[in-house]
Design a protein. Structure first.
Length: 355
């Protein structure tokens, strides 16, 4: 019963401008659909649940995440097809080994909606390509050989668009070679299709632990009763949930918007983990926030919210440089006796070298 709810919602997904009949489309939105044609651009797709969270105003923070703008056809000078340089770190198909102790698996290119800020937009949404049993064998062989790898990230696309049987098969293959390895499931499903978090799914995930879920709430209004229930189902069964937000222009690029979001997440027992600076993905410049503005927002947030509510602001460097935390520097200097730091009120304090 519950299982059919999410697949029914997916089947009713909207794929063309005519599905947006309840929205008064702006010129920029209409122009996106009018251009059409380009097969390799990120398609339009949203399910009726996520769309129902949006209001019919052009500035709506939910709407900006799923209704495309013609601006997506404008490719900035610094923008790249593979902004993170991931292809150069792929030892076997679908596997990205960028950091010594963890690998990332591109489970599928399907999603429950296509986020307009997607940085894997040249991979996502080509539809129908999910890791095959043969590819999983190669992944398993790699994990068996590379004992330095302690953690596998299941990403995509959205791995939770796979059905239970497929997902269970993937998890089992990993568990056969590495019974205790941490599995991190990167998914926007708790946000965009929380109905997918069924008791049966949670049971599969729990059985194949240790497993962490990392999701992506970008705005307070995405935290509905349904998504709250989905998060609680996971957390109550011992599956921790973390959140990675993306800093997005016109969605969450203000102190009050992020303050509300992060505090609401903590109330739901979801730990804000990262706030990402927008990657240099082709056609996303209208959604990016200047890095300096991000730093200012974070500086102000640190004076307002708890350490539990505060994520690490980070940027993934173009060209394969990896993640770099954009933390504020509190050190102000040192001498033979002391190190000097600035506290939250901006006052200077000393900590002795030899204590
Ligand atoms: C982000 C990322 C990870 C995980 O990094 P953490 O800092 O541990 O969250 C691993 N592999 C790749 C390729 C990544 O992009």
């Amino acid at each position: 019963m519950a299982d059919s709810e999410w697949s029914e919602l997916l089947k009713k997904s909207w794929r063309s401008a005519s599905d947006l009949a309840n929205f008064t489309l702006t010129e920029g939105e209409r122009a996106f659909f009018a251009q059409g044609g380009e097969e390799d651009r990120l398609q339009f797709l949203v399910n009726p649940y996520y769309a129902s969270l949006a209001e019919d105003t052009p500035e709506d923070p939910i709407r900006r995440q799923f209704i495309p703008l013609v601006d997506e056809y404008t490719i900035g000078e610094c923008e790249l097809t593979d902004p993170l340089g991931e292809t150069s770190f792929s030892p076997v198909p679908r596997l990205i080994h960028r950091y010594r102790d963890r690998v990332l698996l591109l489970v599928t290119d399907s999603c429950a909606m296509y986020c307009r800020h997607c940085f894997r937009r040249s991979f996502a949404g080509h539809e129908g390509s999910t890791v095959s049993p043969q590819e999983m064998k190669q992944v398993a062989a790699y994990l068996a050989e590379h004992r330095e790898v302690n953690e596998i990230l299941l990403s995509g696309g959205d791995p939770l668009t796979c059905n239970d049987a497929k997902l269970e098969a993937i998890l089992k293959t990993i568990r056969e070679v590495r019974p205790h390895m941490a599995i991190r499931l990167a998914t926007r499903i708790p946000v965009v299709l929380p109905q997918r978090i069924t008791p049966r799914l949670v049971e599969i995930l729990q059985k194949n632990g240790p497993l962490w879920v990392v999701t992506q709430f970008n705005h307070r209004r995405e935290l509905t009763a349904k998504s709250e229930e989905a998060a609680a189902r996971l957390i109550d069964r011992g599956i921790p949930v973390l959140n990675q937000s993306v800093l997005l222009r016109g969605v969450n690029d203000s102190v009050p918007a992020l303050e509300e979001l992060f505090q609401a997440l903590v109330r739901l027992r979801i730990k804000p983990y990262y706030l990402f600076q927008g990657d240099l993905a082709a056609g996303t410049s209208h959604l990016r926030v200047p890095l300096e503005k991000g730093r200012e927002i974070m500086k102000e947030l640190r004076t307002r919210i708890s350490g539990l509510a505060l994520p690490v602001y980070a940027v993934d460097m173009p060209g394969g440089g990896g993640k770099i935390p954009l933390t504020e520097d509190y050190a102000v200097g040192e001498d033979e006796k002391n190190y000097y730091f600035r506290n939250i009120e901006g006052e200077e304090y000393a900590y002795p070298r030899e204590s």
